[in-house]
Structure formats: C-alpha cells, structure tokens
Design a protein around this ligand. Structure first.
Ligand code: DAH
Length: 340
C-alpha cells in the first residue's frame, strides 16, 4: 500500500499540466469519483488495523497534494492572458454591468448643452460666500428677511462671518466683477438653505444661473431665450408664460411657467389642473447690481434667470420626492442607467 501511495504521489508531481484539457484529465485521474486516490481509499479496509491510522494519514496527504496542484494550475490557467489562437471570435460578448449618472447630473449636463449651443459658457463660484456676493451686491436691503438665520446657514471663518450660498446668483456678481460685457454665462452649482427636509424642501439643492449683458439687451431677448430653452428641454410643443414677480436683483422681474409636459397642458395632479408649472425666476438685471459690480448701467443692460435643477428633473423624470436625490438608494439610481 505504501508503495502504491508513493507511486501515485510521484505521478502527481511529474504530471504535466499545460492547458485546461490537461487540467481536466488530471482532475479525473486524481480527484474524480473513479480516481486512483479513491481506489486506494477503498483498499484501506484491507490494511491491518494497527497500520490503518498512519496509512490513512498518508492517503489524506496524497489527496491534499493532488488538490493543491489542481488549485494552483486552475488559478494560473484561468488567469492566463488569452492568445489570438485561444480567442473564439465567434463567441457572443459577455454583458457587463454599467453604472449610472445621477439624474441631477444628467439634467445639469443637458441644461449646459442647451445654453452652450447659443453661446453661453459655464462659470463657477464658491459654495462658501461672503455677504457681499450672496446679498449686498445683489441689491438685498440690509433688513431683507432672506438674510435671516432661518434661510441662511451662517458660518464663522476667522474674523469674518460667511454663509453657505443660498443661490447661484452670487456667481453673477463674481463674473461681472472680473469681466466687462459682452457677458453670456451660466453657472450651475449647489446651494444651501436652512429648511426642514421634506418631500418638497431640502437643505441643499442645485441651481443654474444665467446672465447675459451687452448693449441693447431687452426683455424680448430674455423671453425668446427662455422659450428656446423650454422647447429644447421639454419638447417642441412646450410653451411658456411669464408672471410679474419681485427679486431684489432684477427690475422688472418675472416667474416663468412652462406648459405641463406630463398632461400636455390638459390638467393633471402635478400641475394642479392648471396646465402650467413654475420653473424659474428671471428679469432685467437691476442697474444697482450692474453698478455694484463695476459695469456702466448707462451703456449696458442685461437679463438674468435662475432655475432649480431638482425642479426640472422632477418634471422630466416625474420624481415626486426631493429626498430621493440624496438617499443613494440604488433602486432609484438604477433607473437612470443608460441602455446600450
Ligand atoms: N436667485 C433666485 C432664487 O434663488 C432665482 C433667480 C430669480 C435668479 C431671478 C435670477 C433671477 O437670476 O433673475 O430664488
């Protein structure tokens, strides 16, 4: 019996395994149900009792030797880079899983592309802002309620009191301070407000600010640009309507509604049966804002607008709860996986 074990052991050692076929032959010969080792185990009952224990151990070691050799070669062969002979070009491709873009990123990119096509370039600014860029330069009176602790997250930064920006309008000021007209820019970014989190409100969200300043820019230019945007974003049938409104930094100001793309303006629960949905605020840049940033308001006029990306995404993808955007639930995110 001992001789047989030694024989099998030396055959295992010298067995050549160069490809997966030889590996399979090895497996059948030494580890399969009719293998040499199995046969030897079967013969164990003929061994005298006093030797059973030690021979049993040797047999076990033999099995381990075969298993280890098999595992080593299996790893090696399966990870071996394929050569042109071993590649089967007629085989169908294996599908692999792809990740998805966050819906906010998708819509942000789409908004940027739409405005890029008519000459707007992207500019960005910091999320931690000073009072000047977030409020004062935008013509907010010192006692304006939006500066109140309820809406704004204030933070201490050294001596200076700073705030998390409450809107991307702060970037308009930075652009105007650094550049003379013509200016045609959009500024996407994250903004913060001190709000209780619910399906309809969140303490952070995303906006895109737009700004166009040149000689003779009129309200008609603003309307046409926004109509172009609505049609590109929501389809050719989209219409817009403007309602008079108030913002400290624009005069006149308006809020813009787009015809409800969910019910084709017939009336549904999303548009509360009005056929219209509010998508942005806009207006002609107040001369005080131009002057505060060093632009001559007698020579130049301009328009500005600001929209919430979450809001546009909600309309485009019918997302009805703002919290979904930041919960990282893969069941939600997976729905935005591109199909190839
Ligand atoms: N900053 C405003 C907000 O956060 C949105 C806005 C309205 C931006 C009118 C503008 C504008 O540029 O002209 O609600």
């Amino acid at each position: 019996m001992r001789d047989k074990i030694a024989d099998v052991s030396s055959i295992i050692t010298s067995f050549q395994i160069k490809d997966l076929n030889q590996l399979e032959t090895f497996r059948i010969q030494f580890l399969g149900s009719k293998s040499d080792i199995k046969t030897l185990f079967g013969e164990l009952k003929t061994v005298p009792n006093e030797e059973k224990k030690s021979i049993g151990k040797e047999l076990n070691d033999l099995r381990i030797q075969a298993e280890e050799k098999f595992a080593t070669y299996k790893d090696q062969l399966e990870s071996k880079p394929e050569t042109s002979e071993s590649i089967d070009f007629s085989k169908t491709g294996e599908s692999f899983s792809v990740g998805s873009h966050h819906p906010i990123s998708l819509v942000r990119s789409e908004i940027i592309e739409i405005f890029n096509r008519i000459g707007f370039i992207v500019s960005e600014g910091p999320e931690i802002e000073d009072d000047w860029h977030n409020f004062s330069a935008l013509n907010f009176p010192p006692e304006h309620p939006a500066r109140d602790m309820q809406d704004t997250f204030f933070i201490e930064k050294g001596e200076k009191e700073m705030a998390l920006r409450t809107h991307t309008s702060s970037v308009q000021v930075r652009v105007m301070e650094n550049q003379q007209p013509p200016i045609r820019t959009i500024s996407p970014g994250r903004v913060y407000r001190n709000e209780a989190i619910s399906a309809r409100a969140h303490c952070f969200f995303h906006q895109v600010e737009g700004l166009y300043i040149d000689k003779n820019v009129s309200f008609a230019d603003l309307k046409q640009t926004l109509l172009y945007f609505a049609k590109e974003m929501f389809g050719d049938k989209a219409q817009i309507r403007l309602r008079p409104s108030y913002f400290p930094f624009t005069e006149p100001s308006a809020e813009v509604d787009v015809s409800c793309s969910i019910c084709n303006a017939k009336g549904c629960n999303v548009c509360k049966n009005t056929g219209w949905l509010e998508i942005l605020g806009c207006g002609m840049v107040d001369p005080n804002v131009l002057e505060a940033a060093g632009i001559d308001s007698k020579t130049y006029t301009g328009y500005a607008f600001g929209m919430g990306i979450e809001r546009i995404t909600q309309l485009k993808y019918k997302v009805n709860d703002l919290r979904l955007y930041s919960e990282n639930d893969v069941r939600f995110l997976k729905q935005f996986t591109p199909s190839f």
